[in-house]
Design a protein around this ligand. Structure first.
Ligand code: NAD
Length: 285
């Protein structure tokens, strides 16, 4: 497999824009698509804003920022992806939507194009089977915010071949990321370990073992974490935390992954964390 120089990113939201940003800074040509051209352009505008902030903070020259922005081309349609060496899919976490996107891409992209998904919870092996190229299908799980977070979890599906893994692993390294290899099992590595810890923090609150503040201070100072688990849950979004616990519970059938009833109740109340103004903490003030 020759080197990856052209990439397509589908989904110009939080993650897709972050992936396009880092790819462009790395020197790759990036096609950026969303549901329509206006949304793809909005994604690019958010990247340009971040690049300008990097210039203001002295982390990057104005020339480099302009050159990176120049390398990102928002497109109206996936038809433009026929020259991509790699497509990274980062559309909303909805299985039917991802299926439609990959089915479409499979018809548009040449045989050598690698398909990567940034999914947090859908099995890579299942997604790969939607296409005619399961050997060139892989999970590339970036962390949020992509320009800041160093890790990429790489997930091999059952059929992913060695050349695909090597090419994607090398590209992530070129993008300045450290990679880990995870088996295609529910939650991969990070969410398999992180989410039960967050869920257990909610259980501790539910059982009255400690207050919100005391649980966070205990874990912050007692285990040297940069933020407590309830603060982190509010940052991630309690609906996302619940959805991932549901995937772990359903995917393993193991009762130890049962979502805490209090977590479910917060989500039902619309207390989703920072994004809704209230979660375990109140952000209205
Ligand atoms: P987001 O809502 O910010 O972005 C999703 C984008 O998909 C939106 O811009 C939306 O317009 C677009 N989209 C919807 N329908 C589309 C279509 N038909 N064609 C093209 N684009 C379409 O969500 P996000 O947080 O960026 O998450 C994207 C993916 O990344 C999900 O699979 C999620 O599980 C995964 N992920 C998220 C995080 C996180 O912390 N947010 C971390 C790792 C992985």
């Amino acid at each position: 497999m020759s080197e990856i120089t052209n990439i397509g990113v589908v989904g110009a939201g939080q993650m897709g824009a972050g992936i396009a940003h880092v790819a462009a800074v790395t020197g790759l040509s990036v096609l950026l698509a969303d549901a329509d051209l206006a949304r793809a352009e909005k994604g690019k505008a958010s990247i340009v804003k971040r690049l300008n902030r990097s210039v203001e903070k002295g982390r990057m020259t104005a020339e480099d920022a302009a050159a990176a922005a120049e390398r990102i081309r928002p497109v109206a349609d996936l038809d433009a992806f026929d020259e991509a060496d790699l497509v990274v899919e980062a559309v909303s976490e909805n299985e039917d939507l991802k299926n439609a996107i990959f089915t479409r891409l499979d018809g548009v992209c040449p045989a050598h194009t690698i398909f990567a998904s940034n999914t947090s919870s859908i099995p890579i092996t299942r997604m790969a089977a939607w296409t005619s190229r399961p050997e060139r299908f892989i999970g590339m799980h970036f962390m949020n915010p992509v320009p800041v977070m160093k890790l990429v979890e790489i997930i091999r599906g059952l059929a992913t071949d060695d050349a695909t893994y090597a090419a994607v692993d090398a590209l992530a390294g070129k993008m300045g990321k450290t990679t880990v290899l995870a088996r295609d099992m529910p939650g991969f590595i990070v969410n398999r370990i992180l989410m039960p810890m967050i869920n257990e923090a909610v259980v501790a609150l539910y059982e009255g073992i400690g207050s919100v503040e005391d649980i966070d201070v205990a874990m912050k100072l007692g285990t040297n974490q940069p933020m407590g688990p309830l603060t982190l849950a509010d940052f991630i979004g309690l609906d996302t935390c619940l959805a991932i616990m549901e995937v772990l519970h359903a995917g393993t059938g193991d009762a130890k992954y049962r979502p805490c009833p209090l977590l479910r109740q917060y989500v039902e109340a619309g207390w989703l964390g920072r994004k809704s103004g209230r979660g375990f903490y109140d952000y209205a003030k």
